[in-house]
Design a protein around this ligand. Sequence first.
Ligand code: MN
Length: 243
Amino acid sequence: MAQPLIGISMSREEKSDTTTRDWLRRTYIVAIIEAGGIPVPLPNESSSTALLRKCHGLLLTGGGDFDPATFGASNLGTEMSGVSTARDTTELGLIRVADGLKMPTFGICRGIQALTVAGGGSLIQDIPSARPDSPIHHSQAEPRPEVTHRVVLETGTRLADILRTTTVSVNSFHHQAIDRAPAGYVVTAHSDDGIIEAIEDPTALFRIGVQWHPEDLQSHQAEAKSLFTKFVEAASEYQERGQ
Ligand SMILES: [Mn+2]
């Protein structure tokens, strides 16, 4: 069986002209390779939509904040980090292409937020400001491979089926989160303070977003590994159909 090509969105570090860079943490690349896929980094350029058309799956990675203007809001005055218009524009374009092709799509952290913005939903701009009573630290200080809070899954969902559980322990590196879920998706998981932690399109081959970082857990957590395995399997199925 041929190995599916998995397009992976990249972080943008804006510097002066000759030192601006697009980059990826290697854990995303390793997770795709170990699941049987071939990683294809997609730079933050308009040409990446053409490159994605040659791929069989889209992985939307974590990173900086979405500009609130992308979901029709003004900046509420909370501190934003890593905002990149180039990345916002590129990823929203990639999602439009993947949606049109019904290409398997997996959104991680900022990626679930990208799916939300693309689908007309909205974001909480800063959890500590919006939910000051929350006892959960969604921006954990612990190392990336450590889990710090639990997530409760909705039964009967694709996510619960993939993870084979009703609760899962996750890591957490976000200060934004979904406020209003995007059209066509159902919410499939919450943390104990009510923050949305996962969404999916129940009609799609694979169109799932999670607010945590399974790429940093998959080497030692079966649930995280199965997310990548099922995503790459779906991409392989898409590839076999000759799309
Ligand atoms: Mn969290």
